[in-house]
Design a protein around this ligand. Structure first.
Ligand code: NAD
Ligand code: GLY
Length: 363
């Protein structure tokens, strides 16, 4: 079982990756302040994995409160968040209770925000069950909910005490969700890890066929990249580069998600189309060759991801992108590619070039 470390000083924590981890209550028990856990899951994941995980924890003497939420991006809101608080209060969960997220990124972001704010903050553990959550959202402490005007607009940084990624859970993941996670895997190669990008180009067939060895390698390498970036710029405050680079394709992608309505496009799908737009804009700035953009598009397409954006119109994209968290003093800071394997943040892209990149990548 590979174990990585997110090096955040006193708040450092392990990422355990492997098969059969949902039986390993021992890994968790040692980290709990008291043997009391509230597990937040959803109506899709709970029937698959909650009983198994609860059984293992109870056998280790841990008392459990279960919170089962509705499924989907459209439930990443105040109403659903309140359901977590209602359940914690109803079961008299105290400040030493550990909140645990069992599910994908939606459950992880909601449960993490609840952990950050319940009684001013309680311990939190991530048990991610989607590829996207195992390679990205469970690591790094970004938590929160959506607002009708913008994705992830309300939230908090709250690091988990541990990430437990059981790769067996991916066996039940629908193909479309596997692809969505692959968008974030490809992101690491594009922004900072050219050898990994080349490995992905050579192994995308194995990954899409769910070869366990290839998937484990991709998850481990993605988490190693994410852990390094987060350790270097935990709160995304670096003036240049830093954690913001993890948002390649996201500013365009968030505009798609918000513009078409939460849950219509999966987050990873929107990121994929947004990544093509970012690559195309990088080409227009003279940093990438056309053949580089073709490589980006081909790899995403081989992961069965959309490479053409939603037809919102460039004006609507620009309006929605103006709400992005990377807007500072009215200037939009985009994540672009200096070359394949090296990203940068850039606030000086000419509006006409941004508009042309969007229009060139939409139906
Ligand atoms: P998701 O949580 O909606 O999960 C996708 C679907 O798969 C859901 O229907 C879910 O119920 C189901 N599912 C989960 N595990 C399953 C399993 N093992 N078998 C079968 N079905 C399963 O979506 P996601 O792609 O995991 O996460 C997307 C969310 O993550 C977005 O809200 C995005 O904003 C957020 N995100 C957060 C961060 C961060 O750093 N916090 C990073 C990237 C994305
Ligand atoms: N997914 C972007 C980040 O964690 O910063």
């Amino acid at each position: 079982m590979p174990t990585l470390n997110v090096a955040l000083g006193e708040r450092q924590y392990p990422i355990h990756i492997g098969s059969g981890l949902l039986g390993r209550a021992d890994l968790v028990a040692a980290e709990l302040p008291t043997p009391r856990v509230a597990i937040v899951s959803n109506e899709v994941v709970a029937p698959l994995y909650l009983a198994r995980w609860t059984g293992a924890l109870q056998a280790a003497g841990i008392r459990i409160t279960e919170v089962v939420l509705p499924d989907g991006e459209s439930s990443k809101n105040w109403e659903t968040l309140n359901r977590i608080f209602d359940a914690l209060l109803a079961d008299r969960c105290d400040r030493a209770t550990t909140l645990m997220a069992l599910g994908g990124g939606v459950v992880g972001d909601l449960a993490g925000f609840a952990a950050a704010t319940y009684q001013r903050g309680i311990p939190f553990i991530q048990v991610p069950t989607t590829l996207l959550a195992q390679v990205d959202s469970s690591v790094g402490g970004k938590t929160g909910i959506n607002h009708p005007r913008g994705k992830n607009m309300i939230g908090a940084f709250w690091q988990p005490r541990m990430v437990l990624a059981d790769t067996d859970t991916l066996n039940t993941l629908p193909d479309r969700e596997l692809s969505a996670g692959m968008a974030e895997v490809i992101k690491y190669g594009l922004i900072r890890d050219l050898p990994f990008l080349e490995w992905l180009e050579d192994n995308m067939g194995r990954l899409m066929a769910r070869d366990p060895e290839a998937l484990s390698f991709a998850i481990e390498r993605s988490c190693a990249n994410k852990a390094e970036v987060v350790a270097g710029d935990e709160r995304e405050t670096a003036k240049e580069g830093g954690r913001a680079l993890l948002n390649l394709g996201h500013t365009f992608g968030h505009a798609i998600e918000t513009g078409v309505g939460y849950g219509e496009w999966l987050h990873g799908e929107a990121v994929a189309a947004g990544t093509v737009m970012a690559a195309e804009l990088s080409r227009r700035l003279g940093w990438l060759a056309k053949s580089d953009v073709d490589r980006v598009r081909d790899l995403l397409a081989r992961a069965a991801l959309p490479v053409i954006g939603a037809p919102l119109g460039a004006a609507r994209y620009l309006d929605l992108m103006g709400h992005d968290k990377k807007v500072v003093a009215g200037r939009l800071r985009l994540v672009l590619l200096k070359r394949l394997g090296e990203a940068c943040t850039y606030a000086d892209a000419p509006p006409d070039a941004v508009r042309a990149a969007i229009e060139g990548c939409c139906a």
